[in-house]
Design a protein around this ligand. Structure first.
Ligand code: SF4
Length: 295
């Protein structure tokens, strides 16, 4: 069910230093996600998103809040979105919250980083070009090079080849773009063939970087849902997971070290970075007196 809600606040300060994506602030325009990836961590109890598997809540006043909150920020730092839900889930085509948020970000001249599995991001290419005069990066999550498998694992999202084609278009238009190759699921995606195909396709489609994670988290409700989907789609695999990982929080890929070494070597061969270029936060100057705001 899709429900409209009023949010109280929007932008959050990222705790600590974000070494992965360089994000200083983040926001979520939606709660819940139509992509319904079978491994999604946002189902975990700690995030307190009830009915993640059924509902999407739309923060109808989000852009108004963003405008108000950005006006008061004293540090210009990268605003990230896309880790708790996909800002380009199908609903966005109609609601356009992400588009309007990007318009606001462009107006305030803040940098942005988007994580997505959807080629709907191409709709906002013009806005991204504008923001990229400061800094704009788009990271596509791709966990498998096989479209049929991506449909099973990430049923509500465009298949991997569509994401790669979108990445290519952004890259051709000068937008910083690359892949988040995460999670790599044990016994399903943790093989050399998959990893080398992803790196090759990333290279062919203009990736500047690939950020890998060889394994998957398995927390409470996330694990329950994932195991249920394994039973339906990969008979017998739940038992292998239970035997190998028990109640552990993190399920590492098989041959983790070998995969990582091969991955790093291939990236080097193709000139792909394994860390993304990030924007360094800066004090904000107010046009009125050209003085930096005090911390
Ligand atoms: S796109 Fe991201 S947030 Fe949405 S279901 Fe998939 S993993 Fe979760």
């Amino acid at each position: 069910m899709i429900k409209d809600i009023q949010a109280k606040t929007l932008l959050a300060r990222v705790k600590g230093k974000d070494d992965w994506f360089g994000q200083y602030y983040n926001f979520n325009l939606y709660r819940g996600c139509q992509h319904q990836c079978i491994y999604c961590d946002s189902r975990s109890e700690c995030y307190q998103i009830e009915n993640f598997n059924q509902d999407v809540l739309v923060k109808v006043n989000a852009v108004e809040l963003l405008c108000k909150e950005l006006a008061g920020k004293r540090v210009v730092g990268t605003i990230g979105t896309g880790s708790m839900n996909d800002p380009y889930m199908p609903l966005e085509a109609e609601k356009q919250l992400t588009r309007h948020a990007l318009e606001t970000i462009a107006e305030f001249q803040f940098p942005v980083h988007i994580i997505t599995k959807s080629d709907l991001v191409l709709r906002d290419l013009g806005l991204l070009e504008k923001i990229s005069q400061i800094y704009a990066a788009v990271t596509f999550t791709v966990t498998t090079a096989d479209d049929a498998l991506s449909k099973k694992l990430e049923p509500g999202a465009p298949v991997s080849s569509r994401r790669l084609a979108a990445m290519r278009r952004l890259s051709e238009n000068g937008i910083l773009t690359g892949l988040a190759m995460m999670p790599i699921l044990p016994f399903i995606e943790d093989n050399e063939e998959n990893i080398s195909r992803i790196v090759r396709l990333a290279h062919e489609n203009g990736a500047a970087y690939i950020l890998p994670a060889f394994g998957v988290t398995l927390r409470d409700r996330q694990r329950v849902y994932f195991y249920d989907k394994l039973d339906r789609q990969f008979p017998g695999l739940r038992t292998r997971y239970e035997k190998a990982f028990g109640e552990r929080y993190f399920a590492p890929a098989q041959n983790h070290d070998r995969l990582e070494k091969g991955f790093t070597r291939l990236c080097r061969q193709h000139g792909i970075a394994t860390k993304m270029p990030i924007f360094s936060p800066q004090k904000r100057f107010h046009a009125a007196n050209n003085q930096p705001a005090l911390f």
